[in-house]
Design a protein around this ligand. Structure first.
Ligand SMILES: [Ca+2]
Length: 425
């Protein structure tokens, strides 16, 4: 499971030259999406709770295909672009676009869910069902570090992971997992037993939320789900169907929108993607039920409508999403990321989102006000279900597949971690 399989994003998959398709794809999709800009919506997990409604069907012509290996091994630099040296163009958004290449960083994982990069550059990766915490380096070496006492069924298990903002000094790792009683946030140092930070988040076999991330304000943000009880989302006294904002100790920050309340925003169905732009604005992806998946620009105290409204409600009391996908089989978005000071200038500041049922990576180009001005899709039909996307320290994007989560059609190498980064040469 250790070696990397260099592949090209699209080039090798379709046959023609390596850069041909990348270029064509970029130009075509940019043009298409800029032109039509219509929304299509969706939801990750079961539209029908517990049912097979979200069972992934192979996409389009033949469904998931294995990423084809490039005939020529990718040069070493692909794994570790020299951001300091060579490429002013790879470090500045003002510079021209770089060619983007997709490679396989690691394979043989089982339903990887969360990912956080250590200062050393290695990634910590959670596996939902096994409860394993893995380290993965850029050469594809995978090592099991420890197992966390996660339980849970279905969509529950070991989910999100984040490093303390002071990891360099406190060594604390945060994780979100399901137990038989609740979903909870814990923290621990490598090799040690976790201690609870925040408990009592409703648990079910679906709609468990699970993404956690520290914001630029040093606070811990937690995406939760309605756990199948839609009455919770509009109730600010429930932590289900919310984005929560906590201190690193799990307490309520004094400047939260509701006094003595961990709720940061409400009216959510199932939030699994959290990302901040360079200005500190939070965006979140969430699963719709049947009609519209959503990306929302999150304001403190905002009401995002569920279950009264799915997609754009047109009522002032509910904040409308900035982007939707319909039907939910088109997207079903889990993890999200915004490229900030990344290595792909043409994508700088863009919002990325991993689609489960949609089986693709979405890119939203945001303008200065956070409105979507362009859309693009990657990896469709190439890698199957995608669970998460995270920016790596080298400015590339790492993407987790999720074909062994019980709803996919895994190929032998699944699950995999893919990398979209500047092509070498
Ligand atoms: Ca909504």
């Amino acid at each position: 499971m250790a070696h990397r399989h260099p592949v090209s994003v699209a080039g090798e998959l379709a046959g023609p030259g390596l850069w041909f398709w990348t270029g064509i794809l970029f130009v075509l999709i940019v043009g298409l999406l800029a032109g039509c800009g219509q929304d299509q919506g969706s939801s990750e997990e079961p539209a029908n709770p517990g049912g097979s409604g979200d069972q992934t069907e192979p996409q389009g012509s033949g469904g998931q295909t294995e990423l084809t290996e490039s005939g020529t091994p990718a040069p070493e630099e692909t794994g570790r672009p020299d951001l300091e040296g060579t490429s002013s163009e790879a470090t500045s958004a003002q510079a021209g676009p770089v060619r983007v290449q997709t490679s396989v960083v690691a394979s043989g994982l089982e339903a990887p869910w969360g990912l956080a990069f250590l200062p050393s550059g290695e990634a910590l990766v959670t596996e939902r069902d096994s409860g394993r915490l893995l380290s993965v380096d850029s050469s594809g070496n995978v090592e099991e570090l420890q197992t966390l006492p996660a339980a849970g069924r279905g969509e529950g298990g070991l989910l999100g992971i984040a490093l303390s903002p002071d990891y360099g000094t406190d060594g604390l790792i945060y994780a979100y997992y399901s137990t038989n009683e609740d979903n909870r946030v814990v923290r621990f140092r490598l090799g040690e037993s976790p201690e609870p930070v925040f408990t009592g988040i409703p648990v079910n076999s679906y709609h468990n939320g699970g993404r956690i991330a520290f914001g630029p304000d040093g606070m811990l943000y937690v995406g939760t789900g309605d756990a199948g009880d839609t009455s919770t989302s509009q109730n600010t006294n429930s932590v289900a169907g919310k984005i929560l904002r906590l201190t690193p100790e799990g307490r309520v920050p004094q400047d939260n929108p509701f006094p003595n309340n961990p709720v940061y925003s409400y009216g959510h169905r199932n939030v699994q993607g959290l990302a901040w732009d360079a200005g500190g604005q939070l965006y979140a992806s969430e699963f719709g039920q049947d009609v519209y998946d959503e990306v929302n620009r999150i304001e403190p105290g905002g009401n995002y409508g569920w279950p009264e409204v799915e997609g754009e409600g047109g009522e002032p009391r509910y904040a409308d999403p900035i982007a939707t996908w319909s039907p939910t089989s088109e997207a079903s978005p889990s993890g999200a990321e915004i490229l900030v000071e990344g290595a792909i200038p043409q994508w700088e500041g863009d919002f990325f989102m991993a689609g489960l049922r949609g089986q693709r990576l979405f890119r939203l180009d945001l303008d200065e006000r956070g409105n979507v001005v362009e859309r693009e899709e990657f990896l469709q039909g190439e890698a199957g279900r995608l669970r998460h996307v995270e920016q790596a320290p080298d400015g590339s994007l790492w993407v987790l597949t999720n074909n062994r989560d019980g709803r996919g059609n895994p190929v032998p190498d699944d699950d995999r971690i893919l990398r979209l980064g500047p092509a070498s040469g």
